[in-house]
Design a protein around this ligand. Structure first.
Ligand code: CMP
Length: 139
């Protein structure tokens, strides 16, 4: 089915000027960028966005990293966009990511892993609504 998913190009990637090559990989996979903006998160925003991870040992590291440089938040649309995006991102840990995936090619570590993508339809909806208004989504 035609779906929308939420994507982040993370600080390690924006800092290395990888916004374009990562976006190209997403587009080559058949995903259309229907919304995109470059922002810098406050610590409060990062803590709210990653709230499900608040009890994890890496929560402090994760939220500080996500506020360290600008990020690019995007909404991607396509057939099975959620699964397709996860496939092109590759495994969370770049050491385990398949050849040709974004994380295999560009990620530095499990934390500095270049991209985020929604893990399911409910989180996609929530994450899109956190960053974008309906008017900003142009299919
Ligand atoms: P993301 O898809 O953005 O969602 C949660 C993030 O937590 C995940 O990508 C990783 O970048 C990060 N993460 C997961 N495990 C670890 C870890 N052991 N150390 C640091 N960050 C982690």
């Amino acid at each position: 089915a035609l779906e929308r998913t939420f994507s982040i190009i993370k600080p390690d990637a924006t800092k290395r000027n990888l916004t374009g090559v990562i976006t190209a990989k997403l587009e080559e996979a058949g995903l259309r960028v229907v919304a995109s903006k470059r922002i810098q998160l406050t610590l409060a925003q990062a803590q709210e966005f990653y709230g499900v991870h608040k009890d994890r040992p890496f929560f402090g590291e994760l939220t500080e990293f996500m506020t360290s440089e600008p990020i690019v938040v995007q909404v991607l649309e396509g057939e099975d966009a959620i699964a397709k995006n996860r496939e092109v991102m590759g495994a969370t840990n770049p050491a385990e990511a398949a050849p040709g995936t974004i994380r295999k090619e560009y990620a530095l570590s499990i934390g500095e892993n270049s991209v985020h993508g929604s893990d399911g339809p409910d989180t996609a909806k929530e994450e899109i609504a956190y960053f974008f208004s309906g008017l900003e989504l142009v299919g």
